[in-house]
Write a new protein. Sequence first.
Length: 321
Amino acid sequence: MFFLPLPKGSAYFAAFMANIPLEDSFADVVGKAQRGLKLPDEVLASKSGVRLETLLKVKAGEVDEEALPKLAAVLDLGADALLAMARKAWFPRPRAMAGLAQFNTPHEDMTVNSYLVWDGSTGEAIAFDTGATCQPMLDFAREKGLHIRLILLTHTHTDHVVDLERLRGETGASAWVCELENFEGMAEPFGEGKTFTVGRLTIDTRQTSGHAAGGITFVVKGLAAPVAIVGDAIFASSMGGGLVSYPEALESNRRKIFTLPDETILCPGHGPLTTVGEEKEQIRFTRSSRKQKPTKHETKVCQNELDLWESAAWEQTWPDA
């Protein structure tokens, strides 16, 4: 396993953060919304008026500017934002801030982020997740003379915690995780609303479940701007798949993340940094928590798909995302 080297100087992080590509494509966004709403291909095609073969091409990554707004309407996605994503016309503005470092490490066929936040006056730091390897974080902390006092976990999917034992062992820091995550013996459990303090920094906790049962957003105060470590609740221009509950993921993001000040820097588990304000402008997932189910008319066209909808095997037909 390799990790990205860490040149000296904070300017590296400004350029490094800016060059991390978006985690999701427009096709990923369409697929996540479709899976979240449990709409088979034939039903989605029928509802949107898009030919089935066109839908399949869109899901495979082919840009069809006539079909995308129609699909967006059914999936409750922002049509303009989805088109901008398909045209590769949007990317969050590059940003860097004293007291915040992002580490992007390869894990299987993707990359994953971990973060270090610190009080410049005391050198005390907090690690958020471990990434595929914590070595870049350890090297950086050693170079900057930082002391990692806490390890806070956004959730316990493997790519975010795989190097936890090593990070704990080399820093002596205690690890904490939401009590709703099944992670007994690896980290201390806590409930939503707990506040952590390191140096002059305070970290508030907001439960943002849906992608994970105990997903947590950590809101850091005491830096030049508020920072929210969101895990896989939000990506720049997208969100983590609703593996536990798609409606819950949408609702918790809406209530717990988008209510933060617009200048809040969002630090996602994958992809580049963004802000609350930018994501509000570019928001793609707009659906309320209501359920979507085929109409009686659509069942005549897609009776086999309705049978699949009602069967216990439905969930097995949709891969995790």
